[in-house]
Design a protein around this ligand. Structure first.
Ligand SMILES: NC(=O)c1ccc[n+]([C@@H]2O[C@H](COP(=O)([O-])OP(=O)(O)OC[C@H]3O[C@@H](n4cnc5c(N)ncnc54)[C@H](OP(=O)(O)O)[C@@H]3O)[C@@H](O)[C@H]2O)c1
Length: 254
């Protein structure tokens, strides 16, 4: 039975990864900040006995250490670094930058995954597949950057994640560990696809909803995004490690 540890698996894409890997028969170590409040994740574990919940806050060294100690002795086929923080739009524009948003974005999105990776690498090296996958973002690709430019803290912190993933792919290749970076596409983790044409979107999502309604961008479901990313992760090997790969399998520019 292959095994995966997922960060931020209580909602959004992390929850969907837990659901799909559990349904495929994987041993799932589903981590999140507050397992006691993770009702949707608990429901998955109730249906699949090979799913267990574990507390893990990627910004808290003591929490990461406690989880690594709890799971010491396990082998991981896949370490899935999914958790992230998308700070509110307000505070991420040039006319009103919030420096606490900047600091926290880097802490959650770049430092956090690296901290988890450092502690869990021995478990991955004991696993059969030896894969580590970061969730990247097309919004942080230099090659894809177009106006309107916004989300300064999120884009910059995820760009740091991208560089970490690429550096680690080179650094860990000689040890037989494949490090990947995947982009989910624009996946609906906020219930936007359920909005009717006259429904008012949440303030923070209004710009995205306007573009979706104008047909400029297309939202996909979390289910579709994760199904595609799992296919990409299944194929991850020495030749695709270090590439930035979209959920549909296409290679994206850095
Ligand atoms: N959805 C998209 O269209 C899209 C596009 C590009 C990239 N991505 C990337 O895909 C990944 C998942 O996105 P999403 O839309 O599912 O995000 P999301 O719905 O905002 O969920 C974020 C997850 O990260 C967790 N998290 C936040 N801070 C954490 C911390 N300090 N320690 C541990 N977990 C923490 C959250 O837990 P709490 O509930 O405790 O806050 C939550 O489970 C992210 O890396 C994101 O950058 C998403």
């Amino acid at each position: 039975m292959p095994s995966v540890l997922i960060t931020g698996s209580n909602r959004g894409l992390g929850l969907e990864f837990a659901r799909q890997y559990a349904a495929a028969g994987w041993r799932v170590f589903a981590t999140c900040r507050n397992p006691a409040e993770a009702a949707d994740l608990r429901a998955i574990a109730d249906r699949h006995p090979q799913v267990s919940l574990h507390a893990l806050d990627v910004t808290d060294a003591a929490s990461v250490s406690a989880c690594a100690t709890e799971l010491a002795g396990q082998a991981l086929d896949l370490l899935l670094l999914n958790s992230a923080w998308l700070a509110p739009q307000r505070g991420q524009r040039l006319d009103g930058l919030d420096w606490q948003f900047f600091a926290r974005s880097f802490e959650v999105n770049a430092t956090g995954p690296m901290r988890v990776l450092e502690r869990f690498l021995p478990l991955v090296e004991r696993g059969g597949q030896k894969k580590i996958v970061f969730l990247g973002s097309a919004a942080s690709s230099n090659g894809l950057l177009r106006p309107p430019v916004n989300l300064y803290a999120y884009r910059a912190s995820k760009a740091a994640t991208h560089l970490l993933a690429r550096s680690l792919a080179l650094d860990l290749a000689p040890r037989g560990v494949h490090v990947g970076l995947v982009n989910p596409g624009l996946a609906d983790t906020r219930g936007l696809l359920a909005l009717g044409p006259d429904d008012k979107p949440p303030e923070d999502m209004a710009p995205i909803v306007a573009l979706v309604r104008a047909g400029v961008i297309q939202l996909i479901t979390a289910e579709e995004a994760v199904r595609g990313m799992i296919r990409v992760i299944d194929r991850l090997d020495a030749s695709s490690a270090g590439q930035f790969i979209n959920y549909d399998g296409s290679v994206l520019p850095w």
